[in-house]
Design a protein around this ligand. Structure first.
Ligand code: HEM
Length: 228
């Protein structure tokens, strides 16, 4: 019985729908923060955008190694297989935007308090807690694969970037590939019969992640002039 559980951790049918439903209102709130409206409206200045990328880099830098450490776990193996990791792309964008990536890494400009708390939380799941890591992977990568796709051209126009320079973060191999990855991620959430306890934990953690993004966006909006 134990072996079976380790072999394949099933989630309830329609789990992807439930996860989406139960995070919908928080998604809307995140979308409607002043910081996101500035970004989607093409009115964010380069310094604020770089600050966002630096904070996201810290988040993904905590998330991705933690996922890799538990890469063989049945809940995380499908995510690893999709090759979604964003750290390299974020570093490339920070370089292309002439933001000093080292500045962020050396903490000359401190990370937002919300990011620091986020990273601390993720570190707590680095050896155990695959279901919670899956929740964070869902919030980040599904966001990047869906709504995030609209941002590439908006950011390129707002920051007057040439070609794809500075927007590697949104690049998943073209529209068809991006849609396929999003579908595959959803499918990986749908597999198998019910495990309500794991499902509830994933949903609660995804709600925490959305709420923490809202805190982060509000904090970033309050730093300097984000539209500068
Ligand atoms: C300007 C802000 C944003 C816009 C315009 C936006 C827009 C969208 C759109 C259009 C979808 C596809 C919805 C569908 O399939 O019905 C989506 C999905 C998603 N977004 Fe966003 N989004 C934004 C911000 C965010 C943020 C900040 C996060 C995470 C913190 C996020 C996480 C997600 C997730 C996880 C999904 C997948 C939902 C699912 O199919 O289960 N989004 N977004």
């Amino acid at each position: 019985m134990m072996l079976l559980t380790l072999d394949r951790i099933p989630l309830p049918p329609n789990f992807a729908e439930r996860l989406k439903d139960e995070t919908r209102s928080l998604h809307r709130k995140a979308e409607q923060t002043g910081f996101m409206r500035l970004l989607i409206g093409g009115r964010m200045g380069a310094p604020a955008y770089c600050r966002l990328l630096r904070n996201l880099l810290a988040l993904y830098s905590a998330l991705e190694p933690a996922i890799l450490r538990q890469a063989k776990h049945p809940l995380l193996a499908p995510v690893v297989g999709l090759d979604l990791f964003r750290c390299a792309a974020l570093r490339a964008d920070l370089r292309a935007l002439s933001c000093d990536e080292e500045t962020a890494l050396r903490s000359v400009e401190p990370l937002a308090a919300a990011t620091q708390a986020y990273v601390q939380r993720l570190r707590g799941f680095s050896e155990t807690g695959p279901e919670r890591l899956l929740a964070h992977a869902y919030v980040r990568y599904m966001g990047d694969l869906n709504g995030g796709q609209r941002l590439a051209s908006i950011v390129a126009n707002a920051l007057q970037l040439a070609g794809r320079e500075g927007t590697a973060f949104y690049e998943f191999g073209g529209a068809a590939c991006t849609a396929a990855l999003s579908g595959a991620f959803r499918e990986s959430l749908e597999s198998g019969a019910a495990d309500p306890e794991i499902a509830d934990t994933i949903i609660a953690e995804a709600q925490w992640a959305f709420a923490q993004h809202i805190t982060l966006f509000d904090e970033l909006a309050s730093q300097a002039d984000p539209a500068a």
